[in-house]
Design a protein around this ligand. Sequence first.
Ligand SMILES: C[S@@+](CC[C@H](N)C(=O)[O-])C[C@H]1O[C@@H](n2cnc3c(N)ncnc32)[C@H](O)[C@@H]1O
Length: 429
Amino acid sequence: MATMIAHPKPIKDPAALIASIIRYADAHYARENWLVARDFLSLAVEIDPGYPRLLGSLGSIQFQLQEYPAACTSFSAAVRRNPDDPDLHIQLAMVHSKLDHPGAAEAALNRALGLRPDDPTTLRLLADSKRDQGRYQEAGAIYGKLINRHPDQVGVFLSLAKCFFKLGDREGTQAALELVLTLDPNNEIARENLATLQATGSGPCTVTLQTRPTMPTSNVEHGLVAAANVARDWVTSPYYSDAEKWTWIFWDPISSFKRLFDKLPAGKLVDLACGHGRHSEKLLNLGRTVIALDIVPENITATQERLRGRPNFAAHRCNGVDFQPVADKSMDAIICYDAMVHFDCDVVHSYLRDAVRILRPGGMGLFHHSNYDGSPAAIHYGQNPHARNFMTARLFAHFAHKEGCSIIEQQIIPWGDVPALDCISLFQV
Ligand SMILES: C[S@@+](CC[C@H](N)C(=O)[O-])C[C@H]1O[C@@H](n2cnc3c(N)ncnc32)[C@H](O)[C@@H]1O
């Protein structure tokens, strides 16, 4: 009798199979299980390597996990299949920079600029790449172009100062450094360099300009870099639709969030890092006046569309480190739910500092932040449980004390299946 061999069943409908694998990937991504989401996406790409969007998503997640060679393969394949998408070229360029392939990074940036001319992000990346390769003339020309359109970027002026200095243009260096100080009077690098420049008189430039253009130049700029690194992960995400199912976690009468929320003063409130506005909607329904803020412009648009026509509501894009454009002493309360858990601790501190500016005396904030100190900051936050950034309840209390706020209560809570992962801090100015 012939032996029966069990053959695997042929896949009848690969598109349906891929769709369900993507659903699994999305669900894990939304729950911040990024390693598992990455494995599901890899599987989908293996079954059908023809979708540029799938390859792009895989590349992004590999980039977030600092798996740069793999991300390079994914983005290169995505670009081959969809050469008209400038964002894919930019993403490929960023991977090439991480892999120290400056020529390939520049070629990709130039292709992106060919598709979307004058895009400021692409121009900045290109200028930085030229500067880092010592091509100061070309870099300086691009920084100049950027300054004409956005004359408020400290980092661009510092880089321009470095280019002038390297090209032996003492006057240009001085002018650029002075402009840095008008924008950021406490900028130590600009101060130190100006002092050195002045001390060396009017001869040829002999000092070594101490710009650290790829390094943070002040606390504010450090925060901006840290905020931008996190914000990149939240432009498009399956999180937003998935999260709607879990909004009750925050508003259920027995939830710790609701218990602490009920201690906030009534009146005007900021919903920081509003996402697609699910909490802003609840707040409006509770009769609050709401200003929603988020660093990602697409999220502000989504929130505005969701709440169009509602009175007592406004939404603004913020810079990722403070509450501008909210006016001084104008708010009664601030909430930040399910977002600060991902922020760098410098960004948490920066928001706490500015909370003191916007809250009226007696005003309160309720910040849901990470209580995870399991790995050093060098590890990408996406690799930590539920993508929590390095931050603790005690560190938050320390920052609050430094900013002159009182901690009213801190409740350490589990998240998912991880005990004591998060903290909700209620503070008062
Ligand atoms: C996980 S979502 C949470 C959104 C919303 N709070 C909710 O519960 O639905 C994280 C949000 O933080 C925003 N975000 C990330 N970094 C930010 C920063 N530094 N400042 C303000 N918003 C930021 C993202 O754009 C995103 O909307």
